[in-house]
Design a protein around this ligand. Structure first.
Ligand code: HEM
Length: 511
């Protein structure tokens, strides 16, 4: 070790000498000195992180104390969350998973990180911005920016405004049930109709975001594909890769398609507005939004960046939750029976009056249905969309779970562990039991973060509840679904969790 350090200091001295005095400059020598300097810096960091960092007292795999490689190498396969779960089992509620990254699964620590201290977003989240100098609501790490942007966007996600978007949501759900209905009716074979419900639900949630935030549906349900969502997720993958492996940056350029697509939509809308035509949707709210103090609106790039965020934050999250709920309902026939009974009772009058076979219930009635809400809550408890926890960063030295945590440490609130803890939720915590939500006394306090918490609580939660209730209730009321046996239901988690195969095959019969 001494000889390496000696060589490093020697090389730095030599580099200094070359630059200032040695006009017989040699690229070879310069490169040699630079590489030595980088290697020495890495060694210095590793020695510091392992022997001298205040985080050294926190349990965790030894290699993790000196390198982010163990975590980065697991990201591409989407299994970091499972690794975190096994680390918590092995090392307890506080685990060091990187030189400057700590997981906390204790209930009080989770609350402190998300709610009480409300730490800002971590470098990992900031690193996946479209443009590093432009914050968005989700990626903002500056509190005052976040507060302003949240105030600006809040009107688009209020309960009242969301309920005014119901016609858009219903038209997409109507298309969804219509297509499944047609598939059953057009099946002339003896065999039951099999559909990939995962894809249908995902298409419906993206079409709903298209209708409400982009001004028109992507028609994924009808056409099966649209370049925008595909390109958005390709770009997002590039951004994640860029943040994980910064040296790949020159090879990971953004595709101009998405920005051009949205810029055209915004310009078309501005042209319509100039003629006095307005559409009642989230895009219009973004165009009209003005800062209370400065009177300034959002630029075209800011609107683009923000609607993209809604597509990313709102599409797969809702569809994952609906798909998981469908799997769990089908696997628990008693729960499915209770849900169907509740829905049939609530809509018996309307259904009898409605001659059409297909039925999309209204959200005002759905939101009152206790069992439907319980079913969704229970899925969000067992399978939250942030399976690997919520990442934040300390901005000052602090203490969490009795450990001294220096500033600029990434801290993860492992709320999956809190939501599935037998100590907190009872011996059946690892089972899916919607009934627990019917009795408020059975819900432990500060143990549910399905939509996050504190100032960063999901702005789209009312929107998500409305579309999830509408999709689930419509599917369950109109169709009898059973799982095709022997399917791979393995989960992977990149930005949001998903079924690894992106497939959930169900046999469908009309109810
Ligand atoms: C089942 C569906 C959904 C779930 C479970 C969910 C969950 C979450 C969670 C846990 C957070 C907090 C993340 C953190 O603190 O780091 C969050 C934030 C956010 N969500 Fe959702 N979400 C859902 C649907 C939606 C929808 C439909 C939209 C928009 C159309 C949306 C937009 C956002 C945005 C913009 C944020 C950032 C809020 C802020 O930082 O102020 N989400 N969501």
């Amino acid at each position: 070790m001494n000889s390496i350090l000696h060589r490093f200091f020697f090389n730095v001295k030599e580099l200094h000498y070359i630059i200032l005095f040695d006009f017989e400059f040699s690229y070879g020598r310069l490169l040699y000195c630079l590489v030595s300097a980088v290697v020495a810096k890495l060694i210095y960091n590793a020695v510091y992180d392992y022997y001298f960092s205040p985080l050294k007292v926190i349990p965790g795999p030894r290699l993790n104390a000196i390198s982010n490689i163990p975590i980065r190498s697991r990201r591409p396969e989407g299994k970091v969350f499972e690794w975190f779960y096994s680390l918590h089992k092995q090392y307890g509620p506080v685990v060091r998973v990187g030189p400057r990254m700590i997981l906390f699964s204790d209930k009080d620590a989770v609350k402190q990180i998300i709610v009480t201290d409300d730490f800002p977003k971590s470098e990992e989240i900031v690193g996946i911005r479209t443009d590093s100098s432009f914050q968005t609501l989700f990626s903002a790490d500056d509190k005052s920016f976040h507060k302003n942007r949240r105030r600006l966007l809040a009107p688009a996600f209020s309960i009242k405004y969301t309920s005014s978007l119901e016609p858009f949501m219903r038209s997409c759900v109507q298309t969804l049930v219509g297509l499944i209905h047609d598939a059953v009716m057009n099946n002339n074979s003896e065999k039951p109709t099999i559909i990939n419900i995962y894809q249908c639900v995902q298409a419906a949630t993206f079409d709903i975001i298209g209708e409400t935030a982009f001004g028109e549906s992507f028609r994924l349900l009808e056409n099966g594909e649209h370049p925008l969502p595909i390109k958005v997720f390709q770009d997002l993958r590039r951004r994640v890769l860029r943040a994980t492996f910064p040296f790949l940056k020159p090879f990971l350029r953004q595709d101009p398609y998405t920005e051009e697509f949205v810029a055209n939509i915004i310009r078309d809308r501005a042209a319509l507005n100039a003629k006095g035509v307005r559409r009642h949707d989230i895009l219009q709210i973004l165009i009209d939004a003005r800062d209370e103090e400065t009177g300034k609106g959002l630029t075209e790039f800011e609107i683009y960046d923000q609607v993209m965020e809604f597509l990313i934050a709102g599409g797969d999250t809702s569809s994952f939750t609906v798909n998981m709920t469908l799997i769990l309902l089908i696997q628990n026939p008693q729960a499915l029976k209770s849900l169907v009974a509740e829905l049939e009772k609530a809509f018996s009058d309307v259904r009898n009056r409605d001659q059409s076979k297909l039925f999309v219930p209204d959200h005002d009635t759905l939101k009152q249905l206790k069992y439907l809400n319980a079913v969704i809550y229970e899925t969000l408890r067992r399978f939250p969309v942030s399976l690997a926890g919520i990442l934040r960063q300390t901005k000052t030295d602090t203490v969490i779970s009795g450990y001294f945590i220096p500033k600029n440490t990434t801290v993860s609130a492992s709320f999956y562990q809190v939501q599935n803890s037998k100590e907190l939720w009872g011996p059946d915590a690892d089972e899916w039991v919607p009934e627990r939500w019917l009795d408020a006394d059975k819900i432990p306090r500060n143990c549910f973060y399905g939509f996050g918490g504190g100032s960063r609580v999901c702005i789209g939660q009312h929107f998500a509840w409305a579309e999830m209730r509408l999709i689930l209730a419509s599917l369950v009321l109109n169709f009898d679904l059973t799982l095709v046996p022997d399917q791979n239901l393995e989960l992977v988690h990149f930005i949001t969790p998903t079924l690894k195969t992106k497939k959930l095959e169900v046999e469908v019969r009309l109810r």
